[in-house]
Design a protein around this ligand. Sequence first.
Ligand code: RB5
Length: 146
Amino acid sequence: MKIAIGSDHGGFELKEQIKHYFDNLKISYVDLGTYSKDSVDYPDYGKKLGLAVMNEDFDFGIGICGTGIGISIAANKVKGIRAALVYDENTGRLAKEHNNANIIALGGRTTTREQAIKIINSFMQSTFEPRHQPRLDKIKNIEGNE
Ligand code: RB5
């Protein structure tokens, strides 16, 4: 299991907390930044995360900004990305089961460390249900029409 994780300044603190959790469990990840609380622009990190998930050897990505909204919008502009804004265990599970999300987005200002860990675990422990594949194919078709 290898995870890409990226945030803007609004998600920096939660990113560091999640990394600490992964370190304790020896879960492998790559931190794509940002690396401080200095103000940056979430589209830069959404793009970087999206490209890494599409082009490198990651199982999935975690994107964090203040709300998770901006970084999910940005990441979803990368072809092939299905970034899901998740905010509880149920949406964490459904993002995998129904949407086969390859990025989950969290809000550093809206989600606690404990909640984030529950959400991530719920996503990781779930399995995509192939009956939803035709819908994902339709999403892919939208990209093809760009
Ligand atoms: C940055 O202040 C904030 O706008 C950003 O982190 C995010 O919440 C945007 O969606």
